[in-house]
Design a protein around this ligand. Structure first.
Ligand code: ATP
Ligand code: MG
Length: 357
C-alpha cells in the first residue's frame, strides 16, 4: 500500500471553494486509479478566517500546513476586506504563510493546449510546442530591499535597493537546474548583468553551480531580450530562472501566451519536497457562487503537486492528458468559450475531467 500523503486544503474566498471542490474530486479519482493515498485536512485562511477567527492566518491553519506534505490553496481576498487595516487583509496572510513555510521560489508553467491556440494573440505556428516553466525568486531582490526617500538639492528622491546574497541565489538556481534535469534539460538564466551588480553576482553563481549539472544546457539571457524572445520563439524555452521582479513581469508575460487565467497553475517551493500549489488567478468575486469558474487551473495545480512534491508522474500525466482530451472534445467553461451559450459550468467541467482520467 502506498504511503499516506497529507494535504492541507485551504479553499479560501470567492471562487476558491468551488474550484478546490473539483480539484478534490480529481485527488479522489487518483486514489482509485493509482492506489495512492491522500489524507486531506481543511483549514481556514484569508477573508473567511478574518470573519471567523479575527486573523487571515490563524495559528491552527499554519500548524495544519506545517504538518502536511503539501498545501492546496484556492484563492483568497475580495472587496469585503480590501479596506481593512494591513493586519486584517487576506494578502497579508499570503505573505505570512510563504514566510512561515520557507517558500522561496514560485513556479509557473505555461503550456499551450493545441485546441486553445486560436485564443492566443500569437500566431499558432509561433506558439506550437510551447511548454515552459518560469522559476521566480520570491523572497529577495528589489521588492524586499531597503527603501526610503531623501531630500536632495534637486528635490525629493526615492530609493529602492536590489540586494541578493550568494546563498539566496544558489538555492533557487540549484532548484531550477534540478527541475530542468527532470524536463528537457535546458535552463535559461535571466539577468541584467550588463548593468546591475546584483545580476553580475547572480550570473557568477549560476556559472559555478552549472558545473554540478553538466547534462543541462545553460544559456544566459538578458531580461529585455528574454521579454522579446518569449513572444518570438516561446517554444525554444524549457526552464527560465530569474530574480524576483524580473520573474514577476516575465511570468505574467508567459502566462498570456496560453490564453485564459483560468488555465494557469502555480507552485511555491522551499527546500525539500514540500510545496504550496494554487491557481494563478484570484478569488474572482464577480463570478463567485455561480458555478461559472474554470476549475482547470486548480486541477492542473494538483497535477503539479503530484509530480513535484510526491513524484507521482503517472497520476500527473493522467490528469494533464484528461484536461487536454476534454478540451479537444470541445468542452469549455465560459472564460475560454468562443460561443458562450454552449459553455459548461465548474462542476460539469470537473466531472468530465474525472471521468476522462
Ligand atoms: P487578485 O488580486 O486576487 O489577483 P483579481 O481581481 O486581480 O484578483 P482575479 O480574481 O483573478 O483577479 O480575476 C480577474 C478576472 O478573471 C475576473 O474577471 C474573473 O472573473 C476572471 N477569472 C479569474 N479566475 C477565473 C476562473 N477560474 N474562471 C473564470 N474566470 C476567472
Ligand atoms: Mg490582482
Amino acid at each position: 500500500m502506498a504511503e499516506v500523503k497529507k494535504i492541507a486544503v485551504i479553499a479560501g474566498d470567492g471562487i476558491g471553494p468551488e474550484v478546490v471542490a473539483e480539484a478534490e474530486k480529481v485527488l479522489k479519482r487518483t486514489e482509485e486509479l493509482f492506489g495512492y493515498r491522500f489524507e486531506t485536512e481543511h483549514a481556514l485562511f484569508g477573508g473567511i478566517a478574518i470573519d471567523e477567527k479575527g486573523t487571515p492566518l490563524p495559528q491552527e491553519t499554519l500548524e495544519v500546513c506545517q504538518n502536511a506534505d503539501a498545501v492546496l490553496l484556492g484563492a483568497v481576498g475580495g472587496p469585503k476586506w480590501d479596506s481593512n487595516p494591513a493586519e486584517l487583509r487576506p494578502e497579508t496572510g499570503l505573505l505570512g504563510i510563504r514566510k512561515a513555510l520557507g517558500l522561496f521560489s514560485n513556479l509557473r508553467p505555461a503550456v499551450v493546449f493545441d485546441c486553445l491556440k486560436d485564443a492566443s494573440t500569437l500566431k499558432p505556428e509561433v506558439l506550437e510546442g510551447t511548454d515552459l516553466i518560469v522559476v521566480r525568486e520570491l523572497t529577495g531582490g528589489i521588492y524586499f530591499g531597503e527603501k526610503y526617500r531623501r531630500e536632495t538639492e534637486n528635490g525629493q528622491q526615492a530609493v529602492d535597493t536590489c540586494a541578493y546574497t550568494v546563498n539566496e541565489v544558489e538555492r533557487i538556481v540549484r532548484q531550477a537546474f534540478e527541475i530542468a534535469q527532470k524536463r528537457r534539460k535546458k535552463l535559461a538564466s535571466v539577468d541584467k548583468a550588463n548593468v546591475l551588480e546584483s545580476s553580475r553576482l547572480w550570473r557568477e553563481v549560476v556559472i559555478r553551480v552549472a558545473a554540478d549539472y553538466p547534462d543541462v544546457e545553460l544559456e544566459h539571457v538578458l531580461v529585455d531580450n528574454c521579454a522579446m524572445q518569449l513572444l518570438r520563439r516561446p517554444s525554444s524555452f524549457d526552464v527560465i530562472v530569474t530574480e524576483n521582479m524580473f520573474g514577476d513581469i516575465l511570468s505574467d508575460e508567459a502566462a498570456m501566451l496560453t490564453g485564459s487565467i483560468g488555465m494557469l497553475s502555480s507552485a511555491s517551493l522551499g527546500a525539500g519536497s514540500f510545496g504550496l500549489y494554487e491557481p494563478v488567478h484570484g478569488s474572482a468575486p464577480d463570478i463567485a457562487g455561480q458555478n461559472l469558474a474554470n476549475p482547470i487551473a486548480t486541477i492542473l495545480s494538483v497535477a503539479l503537486m503530484l509530480r513535484m512534491t510526491f513524484g507521482y508522474a503517472d497520476a500527473a500525466d493522467s490528469i494533464e492528458k484528461a484536461v487536454a482530451e476534454v478540451l479537444d472534445a470541445g468542452h469549455r467553461t465560459s472564460d475560454i468559450a468562443v460561443d458562450k451559450s454552449s459553455a459548461i459550468g465548474t462542476i460539469a467541467m470537473g466531472d468530465l475531467i474525472v471521468a476522462t482520467m
